[in-house]
Design a protein around this ligand. Structure first.
Ligand SMILES: Cc1cc2ncn([C@H]3O[C@H](COP(=O)(O)O)[C@@H](O)[C@H]3O)c2cc1C
Ligand SMILES: O=C(O)c1cccnc1
Length: 339
């Protein structure tokens, strides 16, 4: 698909016209699930997962044969302020590592049969320092958003989104604080491992950015305080909705990137589940603000889409149970009202 959007106003119109869940697929799921050979509800959130996949794939039974992952990379002006434990050149170096198969996300995608692609977004042009001005102008923001929209493959059974961008837990914190309020310190974590004075500096940078750009519309908050990979992830999530591709979000950075969509249009993230809750304390707070519960908590704080990729295993298991289990009638097992 070649999306033709050229303004924030057009993104807003797309958000006002998002397709909803598929009622026929949901009804078919609800008719089959109670017949399966288990006490009702005993598969817990696996049942929620297969129901959600049916509704948003628009298909019964739901399928998990062609999962895809898209990792977006960008560089950040605020990285020059010492907000990360690592230098900015690590972004481009890790993109090369992804392409050679050497990163954690490569191994997770291999483990779960996930097709992976990496999109580097103008890595030689970091965003502007958001304490001084807008991180991106409208043309830059829309170009990155469109790159994300165009990256969504047709026919994927689920889309994992992930990111790489040294310094990007700072924009994630700033976007979250500007959208949902509260103190900069409540939203700011250690990221790659900043400590002491560097953490205090990071909190100060987040506070300065929020003070400068709050009061904007949600999409302009994402433009002024975010970055190219964040804008691209938001674009990918919007296009996935249009293509009936459910989405797995990863950690703090991916969730912050797409939170502006929900703030613009309630329900815009209904086709998204959150793979894991990150160690970044702001992630838990953000999930509460969005009314979402992650599938698991493994103490991870990597990014790259790693927690979302791991959750593909759970989605595969949910589909296998719903589609493949015998019914009480087929297996000759007595149902509870036959007792
Ligand atoms: C080697 C390496 C691999 C990574 N993979 C993801 N990130 C993660 O760390 C960065 C965010 O943390 P901060 O805001 O503290 O810079 C992002 O690139 C994120 O994807 C990595 C970071 C490093 C150093
Ligand atoms: O939760 C995240 O997205 C995260 C945490 C630490 C570093 N990079 C990303």
């Amino acid at each position: 698909m070649n999306s033709s959007i050229s303004s924030v106003a057009q993104i807003r119109s797309l958000l006002a016209a998002l397709p909803g869940p598929d009622a026929a697929a949901s009804a078919a799921w609800a008719a089959r699930e109670p017949q399966l050979t288990k006490p009702a509800g005993s598969l817990g959130r696996l049942e929620e997962v297969s129901a959600w996949l049916a509704a948003w794939q628009g298909r019964h039974p739901p399928r998990m044969e062609t999962p895809a992952a898209r990792i977006f990379a960008g560089n950040h002006g605020v990285a020059a302020l010492g907000v990360s434990a690592f230098p900015p050149e690590v972004t481009v170096q890790m993109v090369a590592n992804f392409r050679h198969g050497g990163a954690a996300i490569n191994q997770l995608c291999k483990t779960f049969g996930i097709e992976l692609d990496v999109l580097a977004l103008d890595l030689d042009r970091p965003t502007a320092d958001f304490t001084k001005g807008a991180a991106l102008d409208e043309a830059e923001f829309v170009a990155a958003f469109r790159a994300g929209m165009d990256a969504v493959p047709d026919g994927a059974d689920v889309l994992v989104i992930g990111e790489m961008g040294i310094g990007n837990t700072t924009p994630a914190a700033a976007v979250s604080a500007a959208l949902f309020g509260g103190e900069a310190a409540d939203w700011t974590g250690r990221g790659t491992g900043v400590e002491g004075g560097a953490l205090a500096r990071k909190i100060e940078v987040v506070g300065q950015g929020v003070a400068r750009h709050k009061g904007n519309t949600p999409l302009d908050i994402l433009r002024c305080l975010g970055g190219r990979e964040l804008a691209a992830m938001a674009g990918a999530v919007l296009a996935a909705r249009q293509k009936r591709v459910p989405v797995l979000l990863d950690g703090y950075v991916t969730t912050a990137a797409v939170a502006a969509l929900e703030a613009e249009a309630k329900g815009a993230l209904d086709h998204c589940m959150v793979g894991h809750v990150s160690v970044e304390p702001g992630h838990r707070r953000l999930l509460a603000a969005l009314g979402k519960t992650a599938l698991f908590d493994l103490g991870m704080r990597l990014g790259e889409g790693s927690g979302a990729a791991l959750a593909v295993g759970v989605l595969k298991a949910a589909c296998a149970c719903h589609a493949g289990m015998a019914t009480f009638a087929e297996a000759g097992v007595s149902d509870k009202d036959e007792a």
